[in-house]
Design a protein around this ligand. Structure first.
Ligand code: S3P
Ligand code: PEP
Length: 445
């Protein structure tokens, strides 16, 4: 199939915009899972409605829960999701798409179903690491049929109950292995103690988000020992929760301010959050932007843009946009601690190096990250490898480099439907005489 080509707009001048972003993918998908295990219906206010969250909703419906879209409280076009848990989870077929959260969070839940749960997804989903989830479930006595190497497609033979106990896994390739087990654990008869043993666990904020979500629904989690999480068995309370905006999706918009010497405000930036994207505040500050957080949101003003030497082990989602910033900066950048990105939507390290070089830049992979040395860039077709964040990074490059064409920009619908409209809306107020723009994707889908 021929993939689409989107000529990325160049910024006519400094960007000046107020941007409103839809809900967090990671929060929405955690809330959906605990809501499906709860004792009463839950309401998610302004959830993210995107490919990954629809896939999670679809997975839970396949297992017998119901997810209904209702009008939201925040005005016309806004949407809430009401989740009705199943009395008993049942078997069914689950499409995981390319969603890491769906492929890693659903199998531990499927083990509780009364029947077989078949899971499969996009071709790349079959290559993403899964073995620790399969090994953990088998160690807990769950019958799982997998493809060679612990991969998708797989069948979890649910027996209606899981005893639980303790498991040790190597979650060095993805924090989602830990999160998935923890989210189902309150419904295991004896609860679950998960220990991580191996190279340092990536994406710690995402595990903190899992723990906080469980505590929000009344589940007792002890995370006082490093790399160990103990979830007590017990009831899961229903939720009525406003979903925070997705801070990782804010990355390209804030980067737009940084690379054009402009100003972007992202509305509703939380004062307290477990989202990994909150790291953007320090990161952009270190790269030379002026960053301020107030009650209305986060404002980034661009100045001279410098490279950084940074460990992004905790916030790997930010790497593609950081690479775009780095390619446009005045000094080199080194990103460390992100070897696990080789198992993301694509091998992100290889893809980013290849695409930066295609535009005339210089970049190289290291064992655990990459190095980018800024050079004058030229336009070309940027391949995106079904990776929403690489498409967004290409759009950032396009602001300053005429002739950047983004392949398959629709892939951004994984986490941010309406990306192109938001992006062009942001640019409406840029340039001579620009009066500032407002771009809202809060209800986009
Ligand atoms: O649990 C989550 O919601 C996520 C955890 C992280 O995964 P990894 O630990 O595999 O990087 C992150 O990159 C992903 O986008 C979302
Ligand atoms: C790694 C990501 O997604 P996933 O949840 O599919 O792992 C991401 O969104 O950057």
């Amino acid at each position: 199939m021929e993939l689409s080509r989107w000529p990325a707009p160049t910024a006519p001048g400094p960007v000046d915009a107020v941007v409103s972003l839809p809900g967090s993918k990671s929060l929405t998908n955690r809330y959906l899972v605990v809501a499906a295990l709860a004792d009463r219906p839950s309401r998610l206010r302004s959830p993210l409605v995107s490919r990954d969250t629809r896939l999670m909703a679809g997975a839970l419906e396949a297992l017998g829960a119901r997810v209904r879209e209702v009008e939201g409280a925040t005005g016309p076009g806004s949407v809430d999701w009401v989740v009705e848990p199943a009395e008993r989870l049942r078997g069914g077929a689950v499409d995981v798409g390319l969603a890491g959260t769906v492929m890693r969070f659903v199998p531990p839940l499927a083990a509780l179903a009364d029947g077989d749960v078949r899971l499969d997804g996009d071709p790349r989903a079959r290559e993403r690491p899964m073995a620790p989830v399969v090994d953990a479930l088998r160690a807990l006595g769950v019958d799982v049929e997998d493809a060679p190497g612990g991969a998708l497609p797989m069948v979890v033979h649910g027996r209606g109950a899981v005893r639980g106990g303790a498991v040790t896994i190597d979650a060095g390739a993805s924090s989602q292995f830990v999160s998935g087990l923890l989210l189902a654990a309150p419904r295991y008869a004896e609860g679950l103690v998960v220990r991580h043993a191996g190279p340092p666990l990536p994406s710690q904020p995402h595990v903190a988000m899992t723990v906080e979500t469980l505590r929000d629904v009344g589940v007792d989690v002890d995370d006082s020992e490093p790399d160990t999480w103990a979830v007590r068995p017990g009831p899961v309370a229903a939720l009525d929760v406003q979903v925070e905006p997705d801070l990782s999706s804010a990355a390209p918009f804030l980067a737009a301010a940084a690379v054009t010497g402009g100003r972007v405000r992202v509305l509703g930036w939380p004062q307290h959050t477990t989202q990994a994207g909150d790291a953007l505040r320090d990161l952009l500050d270190e790269m030379g932007a002026e960053v301020s957080l107030d009650r209305e949101g986060l404002v980034v003003r661009g100045g001279e843009l410098f490279g950084v030497d940074v460990d992004l082990h905790e916030a790997g989602e930010l790497v593609p946009v950081v690479v775009a910033l780095a390619a446009l900066a005045s000094t080199p950048t080194r990103v460390r601690g992100v070897a696990h990105l080789r198992g993301h939507e694509t091998d992100r390290l290889a893809a980013l190096v290849r695409e930066v070089e295609r535009l005339g830049g210089r970049a190289e992979e290291t064992e655990d990250g990459l190095v980018v040395r800024p050079r004058p860039l030229h336009g070309d077709l940027v391949r995106t490898y079904a990776d929403h964040r690489i498409a967004q990074a290409a759009a950032v490059l396009g602001l300053r480099v005429p002739g950047v064409v983004v392949e398959d920009v629709e892939t951004t619908a994984k986490t941010l439907p309406g990306f192109v409209d938001l992006w062009t809306g942001m640019l409406d107020g840029a340039g001579p005489g620009g009066a500032g723009a407002t771009a809202s994707g809060a209800a986009a889908r």
